[in-house]
Design a protein around this ligand. Sequence first.
Ligand code: SAH
Length: 353
Amino acid sequence: MSLKDDIIARIRSDGPMRIDEYMSTCLLHPTKGYYTTRSPFGAQGDFTTAPEISQMFGELVGLSLAQSWLDQGSPAPFTLAELGPGRGTLMADILRATKGVPGFANAMHIVLVEASPALRAVQRETLGGYIVAFVDTTDALPEQPLFLIANEFFDALPIRQFVRDGAQWRERQVGLEGNALCLGLGPALPQPGLRDRIEDTQDGDLIETATGFAATLAPVVDRIHRLGGAGLIIDYGDWRTLGDTLQAVQNHQSVDVLAAPGQSDLTAHVDFEALCQAAAPCAYSRVTPQGVFLERLGIADRARKLATTLSGAARDSHIAAHRRLTHPQEMGNLFKVMGLYPANALPPPGLEP
Ligand code: SAH
């Protein structure tokens, strides 16, 4: 039975499914989920992420984290963690770039927060030369200073969607029309948690709420606040999103979110306001466009230096990759970076106020 058949059977017996349940079933169903069963990255896969575009991304992220570690007095031991490491490319680039930072490699414990057994296997292989620990959730992060990166992780966490109806809200749900999945709305209900969205919305507007941000960030914030560290969160989205941003991608094309459960990636724009609200008592940086962040960290110099080692098609694709990561019409503006750090420490480099 396909995952779609499973979902249809479940809706038939239990009634319509919330969007967050639909998303988590599609992405992480134990045997038929999207991430659980495949490695979707790169030209042959469904989508390409920044670390898969160029090694420069991970190198600069690594140097920013390592500088924060130095700024905080080189605490040892410490945890170097990544949320949702995909193929492990970003962590591999971070580790290569930070090799020359005195004491860093000796003091670090690498911990990967990854839900997918298929991707854990890929990450283990990519990071073959290193000792790596896997955990399911951030509560299991060690009691150590924590230097953490999350790239395109929060966009995969389930969201709920609500459509405003007067002073009340109707939740968007996945239901059935005959034998086909369809989107519909639940009954109008007061939603005390959405009171602050009455002022910036009108009747009929759709808003999204992230269901897992606070629980995911709480253990991260706790360790950085008490023990030191820094977190870099990079994703597509903006401050307080408005409108339907749920999207499905398959084979680098946008597809209907209901068409192929478990076969297409499902993501939503990240609401950086919600991330910042979950940051206290840590300090958080300005939400900075990825292009600005990478330029401050010196991507132009790094790109020039790498270009001298390349020629022909490899050089052309390197130049295109630099542009893709930083140009405002490519990923430079759509993707944002936010830093978390102890209130008495400096923000990670690239995120200066
Ligand atoms: N950071 C990588 C991959 C991003 S894709 C890159 O930049 O290339 C999202 C990653 O998060 C995948 O590794 C996926 O398996 C993982 N993931 C998604 N939801 C998760 C969850 N709830 N808990 C842990 N890992 C999750």
